[in-house]
Design a protein around this ligand. Sequence first.
Ligand SMILES: Nc1ncnc2c1ncn2[C@@H]1O[C@H](COP(=O)(O)OP(=O)(O)O)[C@@H](O)[C@H]1O
Ligand SMILES: N[C@@H](CC(=O)OP(=O)(O)O)C(=O)O
Length: 439
Amino acid sequence: MKKVVKFGGSSLASARQFKKVGEIIWSDKSRRYVVPSAPGKRNDKDEKVTDLLYQCYDAASQGRSYKKILEKIKNRYNDIIDGLGLDLNLDHEFQRIEENFVAAVGRDYAGSRGEYLNGLVMACYLNYEFIDAAEVIFFDDNGNLEAEYTDHELSERLANVERAVIPGFYGAKHDGTIKTFSRGGSDVTGSIVAKAIHADMYENWTDVSGMLVTDPRIVENPEVIETVTYKELRELAYMGASVLHEDAIFPVRKEGIPINIRNTNRPEDKGTLIVESTCRKPRHTITGIAGKKGFCSINIEKAMMNSEVGFGRRVLSVFEQYGINFEHMPSGIDTMTIYVHQSEFEDYEQSVIAGIHRAVEPDTLEMESDLALLAVVGRGMRSARGTAGRIFSALAHARVNVKMIDQGSSEWNIIIGVKNDDFETAIKAIYDIFVTAEL
Ligand SMILES: Nc1ncnc2c1ncn2[C@@H]1O[C@H](COP(=O)(O)OP(=O)(O)O)[C@@H](O)[C@H]1O
Ligand SMILES: N[C@@H](CC(=O)OP(=O)(O)O)C(=O)O
C-alpha cells in the first residue's frame, strides 16, 4: 500500500502544526511520499510565507529593500526548526536566495522558495529523502507542464526510494528556470506524484474536515460531503470551491486513484472521498454549491438570428480575436447571451462591441456587469424531479432576481446568474432548501 500525502500551508504554519503532521505520517506506514506547501497563516491576521516571498521579489525588482520581509520569513522557519528541536541551519540557503533576488532570477523562483525550504525542514524532521521538485517536475518553454515526461522521470526517480519529501507548487523548465503552478498548486504536485508512483490513495490534508457542501465563509458550518465524483468536484473546484486546485484532478483521475481530503486538526474525521464513480447514494439531492463573482453579460438580439447559418461562430470569433474566454452562452430564438469574466473583458469592451456589430449586425446589444455565477452540482439531481423549480422558489423567497439559468444536458449541473450583491444570499438560500430542509 502506497499513499501520497500533501499538507497545505495551514497544516504546516508552525512547529505545533508540524508535530500534528508528524503524528499523522508516523501513524500509517503507507504514507511514504510527502508533498508539503509553504508555511501558511497561523491566524486570520497572519501572512502566508508565499505572499511574503512575492513581496520580497516585488521590493527587490523595484529597487526597494526587501531585508525586513526576508527577516520575517527567516523567523518563520527558525521558529519551526527550534520548536521541533531540529539540527538544521538554513543560513546558507537564505544566502543563496538573497543572491538570486539580487540577480533577479524571477518571480516564480521567489514564490517557490517557501515550498523548497519547507521541504528541507520536513525531510529533516521525518528523516525522509529530500527530492527537489526542480529535478523531477518539468515545464516546456511556454510554461506548460510536460505531463508525460514528468511522469516518466518522476516514476523512475522514485522507483527505489522508500520514503521521500517532494516540495509542492513548482518545477523547472529544461534550462533550469524555476516555474510554479498557479496559486494553490501544491495540490497539483501531490496529484502528479500520486500518478507517478501508482499510489493507492492521494491524501490531501488541510484545515477543514473535507470538501464542504459550500464555502464555510458564506454558510456557517456547512455539511461535509462524504463522497464526490471527479466530475462533480471538477465543476465545483472550477467555480470556486477552493479546497482543491482544479488542475489536481486530471493526473489521478487518469489512473483512478481516489483523493481523500482530510483535516490535520481532526485526523479522526474521515473527510471526503473523491472517486471516479460510486453507487453510494448522495445524502442530498445536491452535492455542492460553488460560485464566483465578477462576470459580465453581453446580450445580443436580432430577429431571425436562428436562420442565419454561422451566426454564433461569428460572434464567438470576435471574443476569440481578443483572447477572451466565454463562460456560458444561454440562447433563445432571436437572442444569445455571452457570459465573460469582467476582468478579461473590460480592456477590450469597445473593440469587442464594434467587432460584434461588424460581424453580425445585431438589432440591439446590451451589457450588464457585476454579475455572479453559481453552480449547483449533484449526481442526485438526475433522478430528482423539480430541482430547478426548487432553486427558483428558494431564490424568489430570498428576493434574489435570477438573471440566467442554464442546465447542462447531463442534468447534474445547473448554472445560475445573479447580481454580485445577491451572491451570498443566493448561496445561503439554495443551501437551506436542499441541505437544511432535507436533514
Ligand atoms: N466547498 C468548500 N469546502 C471546503 N473548503 C472550502 C470550500 N470552499 C472554500 N473553502 C476554503 O478552502 C480552505 C482550504 O483550502 P486552502 O486554503 O487552499 O488550504 P491549504 O492551505 O490546506 O491548502 C478552507 O479553509 C475553506 O475556507
Ligand atoms: N504556497 C502556495 C502553493 C499552495 O498550494 O499553498 P496551499 O497548500 O497553502 O494552498 C500558495 O500559497 O499558493
